[in-house]
Design a protein around this ligand. Structure first.
Ligand code: AMP
Ligand code: GLY
Length: 424
């Protein structure tokens, strides 16, 4: 098969790394990819949201399947674009339909879906500029901290958690009237604060049956001890030691099953990943968000633990035969540590020459924000490279990642030295 993968992060390098191991994958294109995907596949300089350019490429290269990494093209409807085009309709796209992608594209849509299908989630109400004063009054009926969520995609920045009532009311006005997050905050969901431990559940579905993938925890803050600004993710560990069989059973029966059944009841076509963000409150898992893609950097630890052929899984997803495949998972732990540009997640410089990563043999180097410049690999983003290792235990895996990071150099390189410490 000839496959096209959309995206350019560490998640996409991990997908590419796994897909080219499949005997079913003859040729892999990545649009736009990074220096890592360029070393194992063919990069094409096309944006994942430029559907017309994607169509030309798919017809030109006789692509047999499209795998979508990030949420943007899904929310913009790449699945429907293929389905509604006579020349493309027969080509499977791995990812949900446009309406399914609204689970990530609109917080209000997600909340309505959760409530309708009796899936546990925080109590909420939603407001617009017209109802901003009602929103302020609603806030005064809640206990702090206050959780304000921009309805639309806001590059991971659209959620505010605020202690002070007056400040929360001011931020609500900023979001709704002041357009703090542009059109994304023309509607705001106000939600009950949940106090507990966060965890994520990753599911692959063909819309009828599903496979629950290995658990993973990411580290979102830039600073050690989970301090400082939010990032896309600074590292990850799989499996998550505190997720036991009892909790997993609750997650499956109360959340995963009703979610997939909800797709069927609502006629939502969904052939792809569902990434469910949960908070575990006194051993009761409660949904805080859906994402319609895999997590990054969670993919860099989940995919290396999959023994099953990923292309075979994607084919089964497109043929609605996922129930006929058994998922095999590596018993070992996998950990990843993200190397980032100095200054990230605020301003940072790009174009720093990277050395040493190509001497590493006992970790997997997944590129994120990198590109080729002549013969050099240079930095090209905030999150630059994820160093993934296996171990009998996660501390053993982490020790390997940290040892290998010492070999890697680029100007102003930064990374968290405490990944996994909270799990010890
Ligand atoms: P979201 O984009 O919905 O995942 O929210 C971003 C982050 O805000 C989450 O990872 C949580 O840390 C936090 N968060 C979101 N919703 C809640 C909630 N209802 N209670 C407590 N924390 C929350
Ligand atoms: N690591 C969190 C995310 O991908 O959204």
């Amino acid at each position: 098969m000839t496959i096209l993968l959309l995206g350019s992060g560490g998640r996409e390098h991990a997908f590419a790394w796994k897909m080219i191991q499949s005997p079913l994958c003859d040729t892999l294109y990545v649009a736009p990819g990074n220096a890592g995907t360029a070393s194992i596949a063919t990069n094409v300089a096309i944006s994942p949201t430029d559907f017309d350019a994607i169509k030309s490429l798919v017809l030109d290269k006789k692509i047999d399947m499209v795998v979508v990494g990030p949420e943007d093209p899904l929310v913009k409807g790449v699945f429907d674009f293929f389905k509604n085009d006579d020349q493309l309709a027969h080509i499977p796209v791995i990812g949900p339909s446009k309406i399914g992608a609204q689970l990530e594209g609109s917080k209000e849509f997600a909340k309505e879906f959760l409530v309708k299908h009796n899936i546990p989630t925080a109590a909420y109400d939603s407001f617009t500029a017209e109802t901003v004063e009602e929103g302020c009054a609603f806030l005064s009926t809640l206990k702090p901290p206050f959780v304000l969520k921009a309805d639309g995609l806001a590059a991971g920045k659209g959620v505010l958690i605020i202690q002070d009532l007056a400040e929360a009311q001011e931020e609500l006005r900023n979001m709704l009237v002041g357009q703090k997050f542009g059109a994304a905050s023309s509607k705001v969901v106000i939600e009950e604060f949940l106090d507990g431990i966060e965890l994520s559940c990753f599911v692959l579905t063909d819309g009828k049956s599903y496979k629950i993938l290995p658990t993973a925890k990411d580290y979102k803050r830039i600073g050690e001890g989970d301090t400082g600004l939010n990032t896309g993710g600074m590292g990850a560990v799989s499996p998550v030691p505190y997720v036991d069989a009892v909790l997993m059973e609750k997650i499956e029966t109360r959340i995963v099953k009703p979610t997939i059944e909800g797709f069927q009841k609502d006629g939502i076509e969904y052939k792809g990943f569902v990434f469910i963000g949960l908070i575990n409150v006194n051993n009761e898992p409660i949904v805080i968000e859906y994402n319609v893609r895999m997590g990054d950097p969670e993919t860099e630890v989940v995919i290396p633990r999959l023994k099953t052929d990923l292309v075979e899984l994607f084919l089964a997803v497109s043929n609605e035969k996922l129930d006929q495949i058994s998922l095999e998972v590596d018993e070992r732990s996998a950990t990843t540590v993200m190397l980032v540009s100095g200054g990230y997640p605020e301003d940072f410089e790009k174009g720093k020459v990277m050395t040493g990563f190509d001497t590493i043999t006992d970790s997997i180097v997944f590129h994120a924000g990198t590109k080729l410049e002549g013969n050099d690999v240079v930095t090209n983003g905030g999150r630059v490279m994820a160093i993934t290792s296996y171990g009998a235990t996660f501390p053993e895996a982490l020790a390997k990642s940290y040892k290998n990071i010492e070999k890697i150099h680029f100007d102003k390189m930064n990374f968290r030295k405490d990944i996994g410490n909270d799990l010890l």
